[in-house]
Structure formats: C-alpha cells, structure tokens
Design a protein around this ligand. Structure first.
Ligand SMILES: [Zn+2]
Length: 315
C-alpha cells in the first residue's frame, strides 16, 4: 500500500509517494502553469501522478489515496476548493477533476496549513502526542491543530485561522480587515514592519547601518541578525516580537492544553534563538505550566506532500 500527496503552490506543484512505513519514497515537481486557465494545472497534476506511479512501478489498486493540499479555503465534503487566490481556483471541483483520471483511487483535498499539521502528527514533531499545535510564521501566520488525534476542522470544516484571533484590541490593521490580529504582530511581515519603523527613528542602529540607510533592505533575517549581534534597537524589536509569540502560545495553551507547540516557517530556522524567549514567556505566564513542549517544526518543505498523503487516515 502507498499513498500520493500533492502540494499545490503558486510557484510549483510538488508531488510525492509515501510508503506503508510513512517514508517519502520519491518526489517530483513541476511549475504551476499560470496560463489563466486553472484546468491546465489539472493536467500538470495528472502528469505528476502518472509519472510517480510508473517510476515506482506501483499499481493503482494499491493506492490508499491521492491527497491534495492547497493554499486556500475548501469544502472537503464536496472536494471543492472555494477560494485559492494564488492558484486562481474559485469554486473549483478539484477532487472530481483528479478522480476522473484515477477512478480506482480515493481523492481528498485539505488546506495546506492543516496538511502540514497532519504531517507533523504522523511523521514529525508531534509523534507520540495526541494534541499539538503548528504555528507557521511566514508573510502571514498559518497553522493547524491536532486535538485528541483528530485534525480540528470546525463546523463548516474550513479549519483553523488562529492567525486572525485578536492579540491587541484596536492594534495594527490586518489583511483580514480586523485590527490587532496575531498575524499583525507575529508574522515575519510584522517583524519587518517594526524593524523598519525602529530603524527609521534610530539611524545609529545596526539595522539602519547594515541596510545602508535603505529601509526596504530590512528583512526579517536582518532584524534577527542585528539582534543576535547585540544591537540594542533590534534587540528591543525582537524581544517584543517573541513576547507576542509567547502570549500567542499562552492563549493556545489556555484554550487547547496541547502537549506540543511547533513553530515553522523561515523565522523558526534559528531554533533556540526563537524558541528560548517563547519558552521563558510561557514558563512565566502560561495557565498550564510546563504542559506544552515548545519546539521547531520538523517537516519543512515536504510538510504539504506528506500531510496530504496522510489524509486517508483522517477521513
Ligand atoms: Zn486578521
């Protein structure tokens, strides 16, 4: 038995075969065809699946599922992508299109952040835990929640938008139209915004100097590097950022009492430089002290493929 996971992103479509022992046996990818016709991407997905099946000498009847992860909102009972703006999928019957070409195989679709949480649960940081929260720090805040061994999907099965829970009432505007969301303080974009603001007021800071006075050159890495090197202005910005993440972890701990919270995304590549201050905050302020382990996510770039391939174990 095997399953196939497809991670459909705005730049590329990545596909992989997962074996019975949950190992990623083979993967391949193709660019997402931005032709204006989303049906062209269906052809790309079919090509990838057929390629994997033939290269690995697999039989269609041995497949547990084809799982599809998309960056958008889905109706998974109908197998329809409601909106995935980067892919130009709107009310798009993705599972039906793929299923027509592989009639013997079950086809499932899931939001990519939820798929990533499933990947951590079956193959990554959450192994051995029944409840875990994944928080992915990117331009926005993504994430997924495993509760008592089940992926939390909610009433309309749209999943989990923890990034749009309010952290600071009346705070910074968020892309969702609300103010003060977790995303507007804990995302990499928020760190950049605060770094640029501080640098514009403190030309003596290492951020301003390293960017040669060009604020647009200040990215999350530059803020973090400057803080690590001891620059006072960058350190203050970074301390506030990790405090916001700590408060977010405490909110999650009070709501769900997870056994583990894993942080993913580029900002988390620094490991302890990010985790230590969040742990310290949680040690002081979490309602349930020392319940949740705070770690980095393990699945990295394969999270979407692996999580999508695991969908048959949850449906
Ligand atoms: Zn929001």
């Amino acid at each position: 038995m095997y399953s196939i996971g497809i991670d459909i992103g705005g730049s590329k479509i990545a596909a992989g075969v997962i074996g019975e022992d949950l190992n990623l046996i083979r993967k391949k990818s193709l660019p997402f065809p931005h032709t204006g016709n989303p049906l062209d991407s269906i052809e790309t997905i079919r090509t990838l699946i057929r390629g994997l099946i033939s290269e690995c000498n697999l039989k269609e009847e041995d497949a547990a599922c084809i799982g599809l992860a998309v960056p958008g909102s889905i109706d998974y009972d109908r197998g329809v992508v409601i909106n995935a703006y980067n892919l130009d999928y709107h009310d798009f019957p993705l599972c039906q299109y793929i299923g027509e070409s592989f009639p013997g195989i079950k086809v499932y679709v899931e939001n990519d952040a939820n798929a990533a949480a499933l990947a951590e649960y079956y193959c990554g940081a959450f192994r051995g835990c029944s409840s875990g929260l994944l928080i992915t720090i990117g331009t926005g805040i993504g994430g997924g929640l495993m509760l008592d061994g089940k992926l939390f999907v909610g009433g309309k099965k749209n999943g989990f938008e923890f990034g749009h829970a309010v952290l600071l009432f009346g705070g910074e505007p968020c892309t969702c139209g609300q103010r003060g969301c977790i995303e507007s303080y804990c995302s990499a974009a928020a760190l950049v915004r605060e770094g640029r603001k501080a640098a514009s007021e403190h030309h003596e800071s290492a951020m301003y100097v390293n960017a040669q006075g060009d604020l647009t050159k200040i990215n999350a890495k530059l803020v973090m590097d400057s803080a690590r090197e001891g620059d006072q202005v960058a350190s203050e910005v970074y301390q506030r950022f990790t405090d916001y993440l700590g408060a977010t972890a405490c909110t999650a701990i009070a709501l769900f009492d997870p056994e583990i919270i894993a942080f993913g995304g580029g900002v988390s590549n620094d490991g302890e430089f990010l985790l230590a201050p969040i742990r310290e905050y949680a040690r002081k302020y979490a309602f349930f002290k020392n319940h949740a382990k705070i770690v980095t996510a393990e699945m990295k770039n394969d999270a979407g493929i692996v999580g999508a391939a695991m969908l048959y174990l949850q449906r």
